[in-house]
Every structure is written in structure tokens, then in C-alpha cells.
Ligand binder design. Sequence first.
Ligand code: COA
Length: 336
Amino acid sequence: MSRKAVANQAACVIEATGMYVPDRVLNNHDLEKIVDTSDEWIRTRTGIVERRIGEASETSGTMGAHAARQALERAGIAPQEVDLVICATITPDMPFPSTASVIQAELGAFNAACFDMEAACAGFIYALQIGAQFLYSGTYDTVLVIGAEKMSSVLDWSDRNTCVLFGDGAGAAVLRRDETGTRRGLISTILGADGRYGSILSVPGGGSKLPPTVETVQRGEHFLKMSGAEVYKQAVLRMQQAASGALKEAGVAAGDLKLLIPHQANRRIIQALVDRLGLRDDQVFINLDRYGNTSAASVIMALHEAVEQGALKRGDLFMFAAFGAGLSWAASLMEY
Ligand code: COA
């Protein structure tokens, strides 16, 4: 949706961000010892050099809480002031309660409502848009939006097609209405999905369709399955459609973007998107070389690092674009 139709509403702005990744680094050479792969194959096909892998004690909930605490501290907002915690994740700590509740308890944010939101790698942008609706409507004043994933927990470490691609991490953003009237914040968003492509990227087992049994575990049905080439094609097409749509709705030219912050799945997918949008290479932020694909955490971790590195400043226009299982896709144009 665009904010054009509701032009009198106060803007939804990001007050601050936070990020957390586990200390443990797994590089491509380490993977050569686990599966039949090579540093050269992974680098040239994906751009990934290393990724972080959580210890047993690190979960989407604990990582999300670290990221959220940092975001709150940077915003100067106490946990008790948070009205809503939304956690985007496909690797929740457990089927229920929600990982947002786990994070709320870790933070002591006991005045907040909590729920998880699942749109795979597009999840953070979906959650951002949902959080914004609560602010626009006046229902809440302070919303914490988190993307947190322990992808290592759903990987088959004997499947070279998938285990080299993903990593663990979390990012968080504190959202509020701009009370100064000077910031534009979230400008336009495109969300989309096509459930007919559900089987090309999924964890088929462990839910109500295939509850965990000895047989489902022996068949590895609780591991991530992917048809890489099909996902690739859809990823480029859908991210381009979403990104172009968000620019068009806002009447903004691609050349006016300071940064595109794309889902960090594969450098070649990002390059194809950059080419199709007609962007310059210096208009795109990439950190997948260090973290791999962290699913719902990917774009918010990238935003956090872009700001940390001074690549994005207050007043700059940037765009999130992502795609993932569902299939689902999303793009949001924002002024930082
Ligand atoms: N190391 C070495 N070889 C590998 C490998 C690995 N880690 N993974 C796959 N291969 C092999 C395959 O077995 C296949 O071999 P075969 O031809 O003998 O059957 C071959 O590499 C495939 O090569 P190619 O077709 O050149 O790969 P690709 O260019 O399609 O790249 C992906 C593969 C997975 C990197 C690419 O398709 C991709 O990025 N897809 C999108 C995945 C994604 O982003 N998923 C997350 C979405 S949120």
C-alpha cells in the first residue's frame, strides 16, 4: 500500500536498529570438510565466504532479544515502553509459544502484545508493514519489529545444495510515529505471494501435515528442501516487480535511491536485480559474503550495518526488497 491515500497520517519511522550474530564463524573451507563442495564453487555461485552458526544455547529467541535490546538502547526507549513485539521467523524456538513472547520475557517488555509473523525471507518487510499499521491507526506508539533466524537448525548438513547457503543471526528495529513532522519514514510497500510455488522451498515435516515421527525424522523431512534453479528465477522476477512497484507508487526514480538493501541470498540474484532496476553498483548494500542467507533477519541486519558504516544517513532514501518461501516477496521504500 502507498501512504498517498492517507497523506495526513504521521509517518512511521525507524528510531534505531540493532543486530546480533553468533561468534562462531563457519567459512567455505570448513564446509569443504563436511560436504563435497569448494570455496571456489560457493564464492562464484553465491558470493558467500562465511556465515555464523549459533551454539546450542543460542536460539532465534535469544539472538532476537540481543538485537532488540541494542535497538531499544540506541533509541533511548525502555522495554516497558514497547507496546508490541512482532518477530518474523521461520525458525521459531518451538511451535508455540511465539518467539516474540520469548523475546518479550528476555527484555522484560511486559506491557507489549506479542506475535510471530511468517513470510520466510520476506518476513521482516511484512512485519514492518504490519507494525506500521498499528502506528498509523493510533493503536500503539512503540513497535519492536525483529527478524531472527537459526537457519542452521533446519539444514541438512549432508546436502551441499542447501547447507552452504544459510547462516544464523538477528536484527531489530524500533518503530514510532514521527512527531516532528519532518521525517517521511515508510513511503510505499508492495507485498505479494503465490502459494502455488510452495514446494520449491520448504521444510515439509514437523507441522500438522507431517507431525514428527521416527519415520519423518529418518526421511529428513524436518530439513529445508529447495529447487535452487526455480527459486532463482522467481527471486529475480518477483523482487524486481515488487521493487519497481514500490518506486512507481511513490513516484520515485531508481536513480534517487541512496541504497537498495536487498535480501542477502545470492550475489548473482542481487546483481540481476540491480541491472533490471538500472541501479549503479554503489547503490546496493551487500553483506552476504560474511553472513550468508539469514532469511527474515537478512534485510534488517543489512540496514543496521549500512547505517553503522555510514553508507546510509538520516534523510536518505532506501529500499528493502526480498523474496522467500511461500513464495512470498516484498519491497518497501523508506526515508531513513
Ligand atoms: N558445491 C559444489 N557443487 C554444488 C553445490 C555445492 N555446494 N551445490 C550444488 N552443486 C552442484 C549441483 O549438484 C549441480 O550438479 P550437477 O549439474 O552435476 O547436477 C550443479 O552444482 C548445479 O550447478 P549450477 O546449475 O551451475 O548451479 P546454479 O548456478 O543454479 O547455482 C544455486 C545453484 C543454488 C546457488 C542457485 O540456483 C541459487 O542461488 N538459487 C536460489 C537459492 C536461494 O536463494 N534460496 C533461498 C531463497 S530465500
